[in-house]
Design a protein around this ligand. Structure first.
Ligand code: CUA
Length: 346
């Protein structure tokens, strides 16, 4: 819409840099125009009629008995306009909460006062996010302390990041450039500094950016290391029943619980089962066998472990699918090795 481009040029509204940004702006402009039209009708109409039909000496008021045409008109027309708003808004909302299947997944952990980013290939950055143009990107977000809110105005996306949950948002970047990331939830005295940059790169640029070597292996390989280090592998055997459930093929499958209910083994379930194993006991298993990992593992560690469990459902453990992994990302400014980088970030 030319008007929004004009406003963007003047710096009055954020740039439009994602597919949904343009669509959301169209709805926003529709709402503005409807409001403006209604405001003008009311604010011009009230003084106009007040003056036109004011009490005059010697003139007797004519009594009007109402008009069906008018009554139905001013009920039905606003009703239709409201329905358009509802339908349009609901349509955009459902699109906004439904990431496409082919979306590239990136993990974001909010912490006072930084955004920590993890890519599937194991590369990590702080307060920086790199994405290729035209590629749907899904962010899975966790918080290590308080409620934060992840916002990229140029993409018209924002979502609260609540401790104890995974929150997601997704976008398709449509314009190369560098755009602001903000925290939009007051989260402590350095809240205003919890900002970063998302860089949208051309496809080939992104390929070469992510084409170097990073060390530390993919996210799933990092998870596999943690899985061994924390002794998970002694009870969760890969191909036979141990003291704890087999994890191969578990991801996104229904799980029968001891109470009789069935839950889906999604990211949230896996996270809960790692941090508080007794919250949901799988049918046929005893409680209190697995230790609580709450406080032992960071949100980033949990993300690595989930990536590993996920990899067990695709084609074997992470260490055996090295050739299928996307190239390890190397950032222009710093190379990350897993364990030491994790320490520096604490
Ligand atoms: Cu995090 Cu404000």
């Amino acid at each position: 819409m030319p008007a929004s481009l004009l406003f963007a040029d003047l710096g009055l509204i954020a740039e439009i840099a994602s597919k949904q940004a343009a669509q959301i702006d169209e709805l926003w402009w529709f709402l503005c125009i409807v409001s403006l039209v209604m405001t003008v009708i009311i604010f011009v109409g009230v003084p106009f009629f007040a003056v036109k039909y004011r009490k005059k000496a010697g003139v007797k008021a004519t009594q009007i008995e109402g008009s069906n045409f008018l009554e139905i008109g001013w009920s039905v027309i606003p009703f239709i306009v409201m329905l358009v708003m509802f339908w349009w808004g609901a349509d955009l909302f459902y699109a906004a909460v439904t990431p496409p299947k082919d979306a590239m997944e990136v993990f974001v952990t909010g912490k006072q006062w930084m955004w920590k980013v993890q890519y599937p290939n194991g590369y990590r950055e702080i307060d920086e996010l790199h994405v290729p143009i035209g590629q749907p990107v899904k962010l899975t977000m966790a918080s290590e302390d308080v409620i934060h809110s992840f916002s990229i105005p140029a993409f018209r996306v924002r979502h609260d990041v609540v401790p104890g949950y995974y929150d997601t948002l997704w976008f398709t970047p449509s314009k190369a450039g560098k755009y602001h990331i903000f925290c939009t939830e007051f989260c402590g005295n350095q809240h205003a500094r919890m900002i970063g940059w998302v860089t949208v790169m051309e496809r080939n640029e992104y390929e070469s950016w992510s084409g170097g070597g990073g060390g530390g292996g993919s996210l799933a390989e990092q998870g596999e290391k943690l899985f061994t280090q924390n002794g998970c592998s002694t009870c969760h055997l890969l191909d036979q029943q141990g003291r704890c459930p087999v994890l191969r093929g578990l991801y996104n499958k229904p799980v029968q619980l001891a109470g009789g209910q069935t839950v889906l083994a999604d990211d949230a379930y896996l996270r809960e089962s790692i941090l508080e194993p007794n919250a949901k006991i799988v049918a046929g298993f005893e409680p209190n066998i697995m230790p609580n990992f709450k406080g032992q593992l960071s949100e980033e560690n949990v993300i690595q472990l989930i990536a590993y469990i996920k990899s067990l459902s695709s084609s074997g453990p992470a260490s055996q699918q090295g050739s299928q992994q996307p190239p390890i990302v190397i950032a222009p400014k710093a190379k990350a090795t897993v364990a030491p980088a994790a320490k520096q970030m604490e």
